[in-house]
Design a protein. Structure first.
Length: 252
């Protein structure tokens, strides 16, 4: 008899961050405008959440560890005038881990702006939000329904006068979904999970870890024309079996 096989499939999504540079029109002549950076950060968060609310998405909550990671990276870029997601030799995930944040998913948006006459707080925040909103890759980050927490940081370069902004989006490890599916039947079955196709041989069990907001599994049973669709929950166990000559997908 063939021994049962157990496999672990880790599906930890990662959103690829991209770059954005925001030009700002010159302000009127006079004393340079000095924005209040903490207020600008709050306005950025409010602006992002207005976009998410308009799309009926869950609002992102500010997280102190993500704030620290975002601010630390903004400070680095302002101090060195090096710009890019790996400017400090690390990836966004590594910067969040360094702050003790346990993640399932991490995405990062960055940008900088410059105006020799300075910029108003509200205008700064609006320009950053608009730039990210109008850039498809950045827009995908800020509108990702699976991302639930955020951190924002802004810093000014004393050398160039640029304002560097960093916004991190994340989903904590605590929200991961882990489930099993086993084949107790006599034939191999195939199923699709988040656009990936898996083959489940007889007496095989696969364990999945998902970090998305929702997980849809579509399984094709040998005697049915239409796939069976389920949304597995954390800790659930599913099995494919034959009962009374018919195939079925059962929970438990």
């Amino acid at each position: 008899m063939m021994p049962a096989m157990t496999c672990l499939i880790r599906l930890l999504r990662c959103t690829l961050p991209v770059l954005l540079v925001l030009p700002v029109a010159a302000s009127a002549a006079g004393a340079p405008l000095v924005p209040a950076l903490p207020e600008a950060e709050k306005r950025i968060l409010d602006g992002i959440n207005r976009l998410r609310r308009g799309a009926s998405l869950q609002l992102v909550a500010r997280n102190a560890q993500l704030d620290a990671a975002a601010q630390g990276f903004a400070d680095f870029m302002a101090r060195t005038d090096q710009y890019g997601h790996r400017a400090d030799g690390r990836q966004p995930v590594q910067r969040t881990q360094a702050q003790g944040y346990a993640h399932c998913m991490v995405a990062e948006n960055i940008a900088f702006l410059f105006n020799s006459a300075g910029v108003r707080t509200a205008e700064m925040a609006a320009d950053f939000v608009k730039g990210w909103r109008d850039s498809p890759p950045h827009h995908a980050n800020l509108m990702n329904p699976a991302l639930t927490e955020t951190g924002v940081g802004i810093a000014r370069s004393a050398k160039s006068g640029r304002y560097y902004a960093v916004q991190l989006f994340a989903r904590p490890q605590a929200l991961r979904i882990r489930f099993e599916i086993a084949n107790r039947g006599s034939a191999t079955v195939r199923y699709t999970l988040d656009e990936r196709v898996f083959e489940l041989q007889p007496r095989m069990t696969l364990t999945h870890e998902q970090c998305g907001a929702s997980t849809v599994l579509a399984l094709q049973l040998p005697d049915q024309a239409t796939p069976v669709r389920i949304e597995p929950g954390d800790g659930e166990r599913w099995r494919v079996e034959q009962a009374g000559g018919r195939w079925r997908l059962a929970k438990g």
